[in-house]
Design a protein around this ligand. Structure first.
Ligand code: SAM
Length: 310
């Protein structure tokens, strides 16, 4: 079903299913021979979510469906993309808190377990924002699994198209404290203007020294949508019913780095292949994967203005 302005979801429906999908990929990536990441709660969270297709994948009872060598390569790349992406954001939070951020805000946290598995410096508070049913499910399930948060943890149940700054502030967020923000696997699920507003709000809430990590997928997103649907067609034969491209909001977007620079951030983008290489992995040079290769990892810092400088 196509998106609407105020659609809602849980982990088994609409956009929520994508949180289950990427958690299943993290479970797979955690089991690789020389893993880049270790997410021990990814598989149990996926299992508890109850989407059979992803439970079988996450538990290693099924491989991603693929008939040809090209499909097998694409399936392997999906796992690698999640391994590299997860590690990139893990390292971002570790670095940002090492240089002084004492609040972390994980936007669209889904089944991301960083608040439960990273080592946070004393005094750091971790906020997570996602839709109410997603937040409730993860918080409840991890409590049942006996996995406590590794820092003071404040889940904020709100839609990112609504007044989330008010909800975040009501949860205790302090805009005078340097903050590390992540928007991982989120932007394509927001309409283009909501993406710009998201960065406006982050900017308004960011004290000097704050940092941000996100991704950019250039163009109107048609390539990514087609790729997602190609995979989805294969998965449908195995009981997965969602048309992934319908979950994306189409349309031209302002390139993320340009937008952030315009709002006063020092921002840079690194192409996916470069991020892969930084972790000793190679992104395949195949035309079939061009839409995925064109994505970049974006990091930005809110400059500290010293006395006497303008
Ligand atoms: N960042 C998580 C990760 O990488 O594991 C989850 C990524 S998942 C692909 C997309 C997430 O974005 C889902 O958890 C979904 O609920 C969340 N999301 C998308 N649009 C949202 C919105 N308007 N408000 C709140 N959450 C949203």
């Amino acid at each position: 079903m196509a998106r609407s302005e105020s659609d809602t979801w849980d982990l088994t429906s609409g956009v929520g299913v994508t949180a289950t999908m990427v958690a299943a990929a993290r479970a797979l990536a955690s089991r690789e021979p020389e893993p880049l990441i270790d997410d021990p709660v990814a598989a149990p969270l996926v299992r508890a979510g109850g989407v059979e297709f992803f439970t079988r994948l996450g538990d290693g009872d099924m491989e991603l469906p693929a008939d040809t060598a090209e499909e097998r390569a694409a399936a392997q790349v999906l796992t690698e993309v999640m391994a590299v992406r997860t590690r990139f954001f893990d390292d971002f939070f570790t670095d940002a808190t090492r240089v002084g951020a004492r609040q972390a805000v994980i936007l669209a946290s889904g089944l991301d377990a960083r608040a439960y598995r990273l080592t946070w410096p004393d005094g750091t508070v971790v906020y997570e924002i996602d839709q109410p049913e997603v937040i409730a499910f993860k918080t409840r399930t991890l409590a049942e699994l006996g996995a406590p948060p590794t820092a003071p943890h404040r889940p904020v149940a709100v839609d990112l198209r609504d007044d989330w700054p008010a909800a975040l502030t009501a949860a205790g967020f302090d805009p005078t404290v340097a903050t590390a923000w992540s928007a991982e696997g989120l932007l394509r699920y927001l309409p283009p203007d909501a993406q710009d507003r998201l960065f406006d709000h982050i900017t308004d809430l960011s004290a000097p020294g704050s940092r941000l990590a996100t991704e950019d997928h250039p163009g109107p997103g048609a390539g990514l949508g087609e790729k997602a649907d190609e995979l989805g067609r294969r998965w449908r034969e195995h009981g997965f019913e969602v048309q992934l491209s319908e979950l994306f909001h189409p349309g031209e977007r302002t390139p993320v780095v340009d937008y952030l620079r315009g709002r006063g951030w020092d921002a840079r983008a690194r192409p996916r292949a470069e991020v892969f290489a930084g972790y000793g992995r190679e992104f395949p040079d195949s035309a079939a994967l061009a839409a995925m290769r064109d994505s970049s990892a974006v990091t930005a810092v809110r400059p500290v203005v010293r006395a006497g400088m303008r």
